[in-house]
Design a protein around this ligand. Structure first.
Ligand code: HEC
Ligand code: HEC
Ligand code: HEC
Ligand code: HEC
Ligand code: HEC
Ligand code: HEC
Ligand code: HEC
Ligand code: HEC
Length: 451
């Protein structure tokens, strides 16, 4: 007990010094702001803040041990700073240790809490596809509603929407990557499997975003977020195999061969080639490199929308594609010459053009079938529409992402090679329907189709 207490006092002193020195050392407004705000939120470990740590070191040692390893733990940003809320906060409740006191806590912590000390990161993040747009398919998109509850939730086999099992796929699948909306019970604790959630999770305090998806709690490490593994829990699989593509690219090869020797912990905007010899996901999409600064807006450096049915240059809520093109080229130019980079950009243009050409033909065929009433209402019982889905959502994304991130196996074997085959099957079904004037009774695609 005694040793633990002196450790805490020591930590508090180191924390205050650390915080003051980082305020002085930095010229950026963020850090000045951060210092002032930190003083407001009662910094150093007050008696109350120390009490949380002390008891939790016994009750939930795993949490305290990770917290101690992180920079915020060192700077004595503690449980109290992130988990204590006003009694009036919609998420306010009490834990065993605060019952009967005037202190209220919440196990939920949204980006609103981080915003107090990291306003720039939260502002950039909020403008990205990782925030509001990520939760939208789960919460607001009607077509996805049908997919999640009716098909995957089993309504079509008689499962009622009010049942827990109807939510299984959405709550343990979609929402764990995309995020959803926290629903609260009478004690202000989350219910219905709506917490925790993915990157764009929405909280009762109005905050959008779960920062722990890349900086896992309670270490909140920048080094971790710079590694490709930080993105891999979501960016994988048949429909967006970004980690698979990365690991097969030359960049991934170098990461696997030499990553252990790289310097991962440099200060923001000083993590530069030399600390590493090939880029990770973060280097290209987020980190400061050369004249570019760190950004939490992952859309900033993108030209194309490679995720939806037809690829277009990004605009509006999806970013500014022309600007994105310039920024992404600047990333590559730190390590490649212009001839190399222009060649890569042209390859991506060609891939997008070929993919779109196929796609436009499928859209034309579908229109003819719709006019002739030769489409089934249930897309999942209609082979033409099932194949159309696999075409754009699986193989089509793989081909586009493969070229964008330099994974030839995904451009070709998992991409265009499958695309032309799916296309030919779609064409056969189209011709057969026009000839017979009928829709086949049994789907030849059956269950999973071409993965
Ligand atoms: C920098 C802010 C921050 C600090 C400091 C912090 N937490 Fe957390 N904590 C979070 C975030 C963020 C989450 C995830 C919340 C979410 O998903 O809504 C979390 C989740 C939790 C949870 C619930 C998740 C679970 O696995 O049960 C507990 C319990 C918790 N923290 C306890 C603590 C304790 C104890 C401390 C002090 C040693 C602490 N936290 C320090 C931000 C913080
Ligand atoms: C005397 C021990 C003790 C103290 C002091 C204490 N806690 Fe807890 N806390 C617990 C225990 C035990 C649990 C798990 C059971 C529960 O949720 O009540 C818990 C749970 C939590 C949770 C998760 C709640 C949930 O719904 O899952 C958070 C967050 C938390 N504590 C934060 C704090 C903060 C912040 C402080 C300081 C203001 C604090 N605790 C002080 C013992 C303590
Ligand atoms: C009370 C102020 C405060 C709050 C609230 C806060 N932070 Fe911090 N954060 C800090 C300080 C101080 C540092 C250390 C800065 C330094 O090392 O220069 C820091 C550093 C960080 C780092 C860098 C860690 C590293 O390895 O370099 C990350 C990531 C981070 N915070 C994430 C978060 C997240 C996510 C939240 C919300 C869940 C949050 N912070 C809430 C004050 C805060
Ligand atoms: C918890 C899951 C999760 C993690 C971890 C994650 N992402 Fe994402 N990411 C998503 C989801 C979900 C989307 C789709 C958002 C939407 O619906 O518009 C997305 C979209 C993106 C986009 C495209 C944005 C757009 O609007 O089209 C980029 C680029 C991206 N992520 C990069 C990254 C990088 C780089 C990392 C790691 C440093 C990462 N992501 C970590 C879930 C995650
Ligand atoms: C393993 C994590 C994961 C799961 C599970 C997941 N997604 Fe996604 N989803 C992503 C990522 C990552 C992207 C972004 C891919 C990109 O930008 O290339 C994405 C993109 C999307 C998009 C296109 C972007 C947009 O906002 O229009 C939609 C729609 C979508 N997902 C809906 C869903 C639905 C609905 C579910 C559940 C039925 C689901 N996803 C399950 C990770 C996931
Ligand atoms: C998609 C993954 C991802 C998400 C989500 C994410 N971060 Fe980060 N964060 C990173 C990466 C990568 C870095 C390191 C950038 C670099 O190389 O310097 C970073 C760095 C930071 C830093 C260090 C200072 C800086 O600007 O580099 C802070 C503070 C931080 N993040 C806070 C947050 C907060 C707050 C949130 C939630 C709004 C958040 N992060 C969400 C990936 C993420
Ligand atoms: C060498 C730099 C580089 C690396 C490394 C890299 N990317 Fe990319 N990424 C790109 C480029 C270039 C694009 C296409 C940009 C454009 O639109 O012109 C892209 C596109 C994306 C998209 C597609 C957005 C959409 O429209 O569907 C996602 C998601 C993504 N990257 C995530 C990741 C993840 C996750 C990793 C690591 C596993 C990663 N990237 C590694 C350069 C990189
Ligand atoms: C941090 C440095 C770095 C950055 C940034 C970087 N690359 Fe690379 N890249 C390398 C290295 C090193 C190789 C390995 C060269 C070899 O195979 O000998 C490589 C290889 C490649 C290859 C394989 C073909 C070849 O030259 O061997 C392609 C394609 C590629 N990079 C494209 C890109 C694109 C496009 C970008 C920007 C979106 C980019 N790179 C950004 C370092 C980088």
């Amino acid at each position: 007990m005694k040793t633990r207490r002196s450790w805490i006092v020591g930590l508090a002193i180191v924390g205050v010094m650390f915080c003051l020195s980082s305020v002085q050392a930095s010229t950026g407004d963020t850090y000045l702001d951060l210092g002032q705000k930190k003083l407001e939120v009662k910094h150093g470990l007050t008696k109350e803040a120390a009490a949380c740590v002390e008891c939790h070191a016994k009750k939930t040692p795993g949490i305290v041990e990770s917290w101690k390893l992180g920079k915020m733990g060192h700077a004595s940003v503690s449980c109290y700073d992130c988990h204590v809320v006003d009694k009036a906060n919609p998420m306010a409740s009490q834990c065993e240790g605060t019952k009967g006191t005037k202190t209220y806590i919440s196990p939920m912590v949204s980006s609103k809490t981080c915003e107090r000390c990291h306003p720039t990161e939260v502002e950039q993040f909020s403008k990205s596809g990782h925030a509001y747009l990520a939760g939208k398919p789960v919460l607001e998109n009607k077509a996805m509603d049908g997919l999640m509850y009716h098909n995957e939730g089993g309504e079509f086999i008689g499962v009622d929407r009010s049942e827990g099992r109807n939510r299984a796929s959405r709550e343990a699948g979609c929402a764990m990557c995309h995020g959803g909306q926290v629903e609260l019970g009478p004690d202000n604790k989350p219910i219905n499997g709506t917490w925790p959630g993915g990157v764009g999770h929405r909280y009762p305090d109005g905050g959008i975003g779960n920062c722990t998806v890349c900086h896992t709690r309670h270490q909140f490490s920048v080094a971790e977020a710079r590694k490709p593994e930080a993105c891999a829990s979501c960016h994988l699989g048949p429909d967006h195999p970004n980690i698979e593509i990365y690991l097969e690219s030359k960049h991934g090869q170098i990461y696997e061969a030499h990553g252990e020797e790289w310097e991962w912990d440099s200060a923001p905007d000083t993590w530069e080639p030399g600390d590493y010899t090939a880029p990770t996901c973060a280097t290209c999409h987020m980190s400061g490199i050369g004249e570019l600064s760190v950004t939490h807006n992952v859309n900033e450096r993108l030209k194309w929308d490679l995720v939806h049915k037809r690829s277009v240059v990004r605009s509006g809520e999806r970013g500014d594609g022309e600007k994105g093109e310039q920024l992404m080229k600047k990333v590559c130019m730190n390590c490649h010459g212009e001839t190399h980079v222009d060649g890569q950009r042209q390859m991506l243009q060609n891939t997008v053009d070929l993919y779109n050409t196929y796609w436009d033909k499928i859209v034309e065929m579908k229109k003819v079938l719709a006019d002739k009433k030769l489409l089934k209402a249930d897309q999942w019982k209609d082979p033409f529409q099932e194949l159309e889905y696999y075409f754009w959502h699986h193989a089509g994304r793989r081909a586009r992402h493969g070229t964008a991130m330099n994974g030839p196996d995904y451009t070709h074997w998992h991409g265009f090679f499958q695309l032309f085959q799916i296309y030919k099957d779609i064409e056969d079904i189209y011709n057969m329907r026009l000839e017979t004037g009928k829709i086949e009774e049994l789907s030849p695609v059956m269950s999973t189709g071409p993965l």
